[in-house]
Design a protein around this ligand. Structure first.
Ligand SMILES: Cc1cc2nc3c(=O)[nH]c(=O)nc-3n(C[C@H](O)[C@H](O)[C@H](O)COP(=O)(O)O)c2cc1C
Length: 182
């Protein structure tokens, strides 16, 4: 039987996945911010919507430079992800403090994270909803994936320090519809 659920906890039911590490650069220093509030918005060019709080150090970099990298970590990096989420680039050089390796990107100033299995170089395409919701629309302009990792076990935040780890893959027959119809 279902019971009333606190509205402040609803995000825990709908958390999308996977948790990503957003990299930006400010004052010549790269920064890392875990982010789980993101969604795909278009296939081609790939558009990604995301919420970056204006309380975070990353916000100003994203707003000013209008570029970033979305890095996708796997479960082996879970503790590092949480550590990056409990500190701010205002005070800490997270790359140094948490042993992450920056790699030069090709289209943006922000670095890729070597330890992550995929990295998406992005440019900010729309800031119309930033003032109201801290919502940025990003376009992926270059994507990198470690193809040697066949079944990356990504982590999916469920709030209160809980993460679901990606597991089994199901292959089901899918109708031949246009991508617009998913
Ligand atoms: C798993 C996880 C997911 C998070 N998702 C978001 C998010 O989607 N948007 C956001 O603004 N902050 C999110 N945060 C909080 C920021 O990562 C956190 O405030 C961080 O310290 C900000 O770093 P910065 O000040 O260096 O930018 C998340 C934190 C964790 C641990």
């Amino acid at each position: 039987m279902k019971k009333a659920f606190p509205l402040s906890e609803v995000y825990r039911l709908l958390e999308p996945g996977p948790v990503v590490l957003l990299t930006t650069t400010r004052a010549e220093r790269p920064n890392v911010m875990p982010m789980s509030w993101h969604l795909m918005m278009e296939f081609t060019p790939p558009l990604v919507g995301c919420v970056v709080s204006n309380r975070n150090y990353s916000f100003a970099s994203l707003k000013t430079d209008r570029e970033c990298v979305i890095n996708i970590p796997t479960v082996d990096l879970a503790k590092t992800v949480v550590a990056c989420g409990n500190t701010s680039g205002r005070l800490v050089d997270k790359f140094k403090a948490f042993g992450l390796t920056p790699l030069a990107a090709t289209s943006v100033k922000a670095p890729l994270i070597a330890e992550c299995y995929a990295s998406l170089e992005c440019k900010v395409r729309d800031m119309n909803l930033v003032a109201k919701y801290n919502f940025f629309v990003l376009e992926v302009v270059q994507a990198w994936v470690d193809v040697s990792r066949k079944r990356p076990r990504t982590i999916h935040h469920q709030g209160e320090g809980e993460f679901m780890v990606a597991g089994r893959t199901l292959h089901l027959p899918s109708p031949k519809t246009s991508r617009g119809g998913k």
